[in-house]
Ligand binder design. Structure first.
Ligand code: NI
Length: 168
C-alpha cells in the first residue's frame, strides 16, 4: 500500500474529465487500497480518484466513527435524491476551508464494487453528503461551484493567500 499525494485546488486534474473504469482488476484493487490509505491518513471521510491525479470514475468513502466501514465505489451514479438540505462541508483538496452547500438529504446510488458486483444503496445524512460530494469530483465538479459568486471569490482569495504563505 502507498499513501498518495492529494492534489489541491488549482491543479488542473480536478477539472479534467474522468473515464469509466473498464474492468475491475489488480490495478484497480491496488488503487482502491492506496486511496483508502491516503484518505484515512489525511484524515478524511472521502476521496475521489482525480484528487490523487487519476482521471477514473472511482471513489472511496468511510463515514463510520471507528473508520472500519470503507466503501469503494466504481463507476457510481446518483439514481435519485430527495429533500434538499444545507450543511457545512470540506474537501481534502481545500485544506482548512469549510462552506455550506445545499444537497439532497437522501440519495439512491448505484455502483460496482471490487467483486465486480453491481450495488444499489440508499444513503442519508453524512453518508449521502459524502456520496454526492465524491461523485461530483468524478464529474469535475467542486463544492465551491455551489457557492454564490461573492463567496467563491472570497474562497479563491483565501487560497491565493495560503499559496503565497506556502500553505497550499
Ligand atoms: Ni472533495
Amino acid at each position: 500500500m502507498a499513501k498518495l499525494e492529494i492534489k489541491k485546488y488549482g491543479d488542473s486534474v480536478l477539472r479534467k474529465k474522468t473515464n469509466p473504469v473498464a474492468q475491475i482488476n489488480g490495478d484497480i484493487k491496488q488503487l482502491a487500497a492506496d486511496m483508502l490509505e491516503t484518505m484515512y491518513g489525511a484524515p478524511g471521510v472521502g476521496l475521489a480518484a482525480p484528487q490523487i491525479g487519476v482521471s477514473l470514475r472511482m471513489c472511496v468513502i468511510d463515514v463510520s466513527p471507528d473508520k472500519k466501514n470503507p466503501i469503494v465505489m466504481v463507476n457510481p451514479e446518483i439514481i435519485s435524491g430527495e429533500n434538499k438540505i444545507t450543511a457545512e462541508e470540506g474537501c481534502l483538496s481545500f485544506p482548512g476551508i469549510y462552506e455550506s452547500v445545499k444537497r439532497f438529504e437522501k440519495v439512491e446510488v448505484s455502483y460496482t464494487d471490487l467483486d465486480d458486483k453491481t450495488k444499489k444503496i440508499k444513503a442519508e445524512g453524512f453518508l449521502a453528503k459524502a456520496v454526492q460530494h465524491e461523485i461530483d469530483h468524478l464529474d469535475s465538479k467542486l463544492f465551491i461551484d455551489y457557492l454564490p459568486d461573492w463567496k467563491r471569490k472570497s474562497v479563491e482569495k483565501e487560497v491565493k493567500r495560503k499559496k503565497k504563505a506556502g500553505q497550499w
